[in-house]
Design a protein around this ligand. Sequence first.
Ligand code: ADP
Ligand code: MG
Length: 376
Amino acid sequence: MQAILPPAMLGILGGGQLGRMFVTAAKRMGYRVTVLDPDAQAPAAEFADVHLCAAYNDAEALRTLAASCAAITTEFENVNADAMRELAKTTRVSPSGDCVAIAQDRIAEKAWVNKAGLPTAPYLAIESVEDIQVELAPYLPGILKTARLGYDGKGQVRVNSADEARAAYANLGGQACVLEKMLDLKLEVSAIVTRVSPEQLSVFPVAENIHKNGILDESIVPARIAPALAAQAQQMARQLAEALDYVGVLAVEFFVLADDSLVINEIAPRPHNSGHYTIDACVSDQYQQQVRAMCGLLPGRTDLLSPVVMVNLLGDVWQADGGEPNWNVLMEAPNAHLHLYGKKHARPGRKMGHYTVLATDVDAALEQARALKETL
Ligand code: ADP
Ligand code: MG
């Protein structure tokens, strides 16, 4: 396939922070970018050449996108997969609508992971009320998760008994769900793979992820796991990307269990919060990889240049009156990098920015990253 070169126009569905970092990477490489996002203040719009401010399924906006862009990608997994399939009739689209459809539905996602020969937590797919009238013991205690539209721990209920599970399912309005056994997690890690075509893929170093209230709080790279286990996670991410015939950047979240076995938690058909560290700490970053993959260029090198810790900045850190955190100490630290997403209104739980700290080892980076958080 012919490579798409600068200054071609690239299109992206979604203009949140992932889109903003994509636009930044693409513009630095000399491409132009059109963003489709219904929010007039979308974080990516500030840097985009063109902002189509319209709904994701707006036929006119999609036609404009298809007609004006050499290739189209997404930063947002809840885009309409059919819209992506439609765009693909005339324009190069990656990842495919089919892959996005799999990632946006936990039932399809887990079935695909298992079909690729990879492990998930024991789960029960619940598409209608009959499906939950079975023996639930293998999945208890468990977490009931809506099959669609969940993120940052939203749409999830922890349940301890069959009665609780059935009540929680009814409470969620009878929408499709999975009941997943609660596993005893030693750690959580993620691996982000870029695939351009068969055998042409590369994987970033594995990140160790610490969540707070269901939202990613810190990523530590390299993950504090045995190198062989990290290599296994990378291999599983590659295997999954091959099985899906995936083109683009694919993030794979894993659980590490007490016996050091790996289970795939979920996948995201796009760059991932746990890969923000690549901007400051890798030869190529995940957004450059997204550009490269959609343009049919080989993935860039993913070598880690320094141990790094990434800390998410949620709206909670902002003052109640909307006042900025105290950036002084963070900004004065020569080995720290602040990234803000340009969001006007801070709300608790809203991802406003992140920072990274680079140091000679992850323990030093983590200690400093946490101390810096205290100064904000
Ligand atoms: P989201 O789409 O909101 O990120 P996840 O399925 O990744 O949803 O769940 C969010 C977090 O909840 C996980 O990162 C993990 O900490 C915890 N979690 C989810 N499923 C399980 C499970 N089966 N066992 C133990 N912890 C879980
Ligand atoms: Mg998750």
